[in-house]
Write a protein that binds this ligand. Structure first.
Ligand code: ADP
Length: 159
C-alpha cells in the first residue's frame, strides 16, 4: 500500500482539508499530513500551533501521521518513502496552480505522482483565509473547522 504525503499550509486546518485527508486515509496505506515551514509566507498561526491543531483533529484516523517540512516537497516525500502527493481541488481557480505544481514536481521526480481529491460539496468552498476573515470579524467558524480548531481559535482571539 503506497505512502502518501499531504502537504500544505493548514493555517488553520479546515473541514475541507480533513475531508480530503479522511478519503486519502481509506485509499493509501499511510498518509503523512505535513505542514510546510515556509518562512516567506506570512502565517496566521505558528507551525507548532498548526501541528497541534491537526493532531487534535485527526485522532480518529489510525494511519495518519502529522509532521512538518522545509524545502522541496518531493525531497521530503523521498525521505519518507512516499510515492504519492495528495492535494485537494476546490474550484476551477485551484486547477491552474495545482496543475503547474504537479507538473513541476513530476519533472523534478517522475516517480512521485500527484493525486487530487475533491471534497463533499458542503466543504468545497471553505478556505483557511475565509476562516481567518470570519474569525477576525467576530463571525462563527464552527461550521468550517474541526471542533478542536474552533475551540482553540475562540479562546485565542475572543478570550
Ligand atoms: P497551500 O498553501 O499548499 O495551498 P493549503 O493549506 O491552502 O496549502 O491547502 C492544502 C491543499 O488542500 C491544497 O491542495 C488545497 O487546494 C487543498 N484544499 C484546501 N481547502 C480545500 C477544500 N475546502 N476542499 C478541497 N481541497 C482543499
Amino acid at each position: 500500500m503506497p505512502i502518501a504525503i499531504y502537504p500544505g499550509s493548514f493555517d488553520p486546518i479546515t473541514k475541507g482539508h480533513l475531508d480530503v485527508l479522511e478519503t486519502g486515509s481509506k485509499i493509501f496505506g499511510k498518509v503523512i499530513i505535513t505542514v510546510s515551514n515556509n518562512i516567506n509566507k506570512n502565517s496566521f498561526l505558528t507551525v507548532e500551533e498548526r501541528v497541534n491543531l491537526i493532531k487534535e483533529s485527526v485522532k480518529h484516523l489510525e494511519n495518519v501521521e502529522v509532521d512538518t517540512f522545509e524545502g522541496l516537497t518531493v525531497n521530503y516525500a523521498k525521505k519518507r518513502n512516499a510515492t504519492i502527493l495528495l492535494r485537494g481541488l476546490r474550484a476551477v481557480s485551484d486547477f491552474e496552480y495545482e496543475m503547474q505544481l504537479s507538473q513541476t514536481n513530476s519533472e523534478l521526480s517522475p516517480e512521485i505522482k500527484t493525486v487530487f481529491l475533491i471534497t463533499k460539496p458542503e466543504y468545497n468552498f471553505i478556505s483557511s483565509s475565509t476562516v481567518k476573515e470570519i474569525l477576525l470579524n467576530n463571525g462563527d467558524i464552527a461550521k468550517f473547522v474541526p471542533e478542536p480548531v474552533n475551540q482553540y481559535l475562540i479562546s485565542k482571539f475572543k478570550g
